[in-house]
Design a protein around this ligand. Structure first.
Ligand SMILES: [Zn+2]
Ligand SMILES: [Zn+2]
Length: 389
């Protein structure tokens, strides 16, 4: 995307032309150009941007609503008119600097559903009007040994949507066409958005957990990802019991509603040891206790891009013979591959696995993020930006 990122225009101001912006941006507001059979207006777009790092305990308004010039897609890119964008805990890690954007301002958001509005010169995958999704993987090199081996999530050139390139907290986003996904018809836009990260990374975690049908699975934390992992596990491993650990009674009750065999707080001993536990919390205490709840040879999968530092001293209570010995393993989950997203969307459509969603208007993204930080969660949070159709 040849995108001139710092060109910020405060809301309600007239369009300011920044000298570094390419020619198409310099059309007067409301002017139109014809491109690949579509007539596309080139106004500015509304977006929420992060201009600097913030501590969410000190500010409840980390993102600012601004007007940006609408990007022009590169040759193999498409411009997507966004209808919804999911809210992910990773946005909090970006805002608070645990995985900071390399430059500011940045439009966050990496669970994007919308429609193709404009095609780059040589873009050939989609037609205008196609419904597509965009996930955390914005691009990868395609040539390194990781990319060639189907591990584009580990590519050194991995770029993340909404961190390394503008994301979906905006009316439009430009993205490489190879990193877009057709959304199965069975889902509404809002149902589909959380599948693109919470669901797909949950699916990756579940595969990395390496369980077989009948093995007992544990989940620590029960937010957007946890509730989709539970539904996915019920489909893939119908004889497996799922135990859910959460600090909040709301999440535990929600887990029982969805069919969890047992729920407790992270410090509890589960009724039986588990073959694998997937941790989706931002904390360390649940990691230590999860290791205690693993059976011999069991695996803890940590599905978190970063951990917070607040309870890191909990690691000092780790007791090697009790918690790690007997061939217990710890495996982290990094990013997402395109294949994960494609496979999970197909699996989710076949069930179908539906996300439990709470919608917020784009302008209320800061509220949604603060509630996520405070773990006021039931299912997934989604920002409504445009219409479904
Ligand atoms: Zn995410
Ligand atoms: Zn690569």
């Amino acid at each position: 995307m040849k995108y001139c990122m710092p060109a910020i225009i405060p809301c309600n101001s007239v369009l300011v032309i920044i000298s570094s912006i390419k020619a198409p941006f310099s059309l007067p507001q409301g002017a139109s150009i014809t491109h690949r059979s579509s007539t596309f207006e080139v106004p500015s777009l509304k977006a929420l941007v992060l201009k600097q790092l913030h501590n969410l305990n000190e500010t409840r308004q980390p993102l600012e609503l601004v007007d940006l010039p609408t990007p022009v897609p590169d040759d193999r890119e498409v411009l997507v008119r966004v209808s919804v964008c999911g809210v992910c805990h990773t946005e909090i890690d970006e805002i608070e600097g645990r995985t900071p954007p390399p430059r500011f301002p940045i439009v966050p958001g990496h669970q994007v559903v919308g429609r193709v509005e404009r095609l780059g010169k040589t873009a050939a995958v989609h037609r205008i009007g196609d419904r597509v999704g965009i996930a955390w993987i914005y691009s990868a090199c395609g040539a390194c040994r990781f990319c060639r081996g189907g591990q584009d999530n580990l590519c050194d050139s991995f770029r993340a949507t909404g961190r390394d390139a503008h994301g979906g907290y905006a009316e439009y986003v430009a993205v490489p066409e190879a990193f877009t996904y057709r959304i199965p018809d069975v889902f509404t836009d809002a149902e589909a958005a959380p599948l693109l990260c919470a669901g797909a990374i949950g699916y990756r975690s579940l595969r990395l957990a390496g369980i077989r049908d009948g093995d007992t699975l544990g989940l620590t934390g029960f937010g957007a990802s946890g509730h989709l992992v539970l539904k996915t596990a019920q489909r893939l491993y119908p004889r497996s019991k799922v135990f859910v650990f959460s600090r909040t009674e709301g999440e535990r009750a929600f887990a029982r509603e969805l069919g969890a065999a047992w729920t407790g707080v992270p410090e509890d001993d589960a009724p039986e040891k588990m073959r694998s536990i997937i941790d989706t919390t931002p904390a360390w205490t649940p990691v230590v206790h999860a290791l205690r709840n693993l059976e011999k040879g069991g695996r803890l999968v940590v599905n978190a891009i970063r951990k917070e530092e607040t309870d890191k001293e909990a690691l000092l209570s780790l007791d090697y013979p009790r918690d790690l010995w007997m061939e217990k393993e710890i495996k982290s989950v990094a990013n997402i591959t395109r294949k994960d997203v494609q496979e999970f969307l197909a699996l989710a459509a076949s069930v179908p696995i539906r996300s439990e969603v709470r919608e917020y208007p784009l302008e209320d993204a800061n509220q949604a993020l603060c509630e996520l930080k405070e773990r006021k969660i039931r299912g997934a949070k989604v920002l409504r930006i445009g219409r479904d159709r």
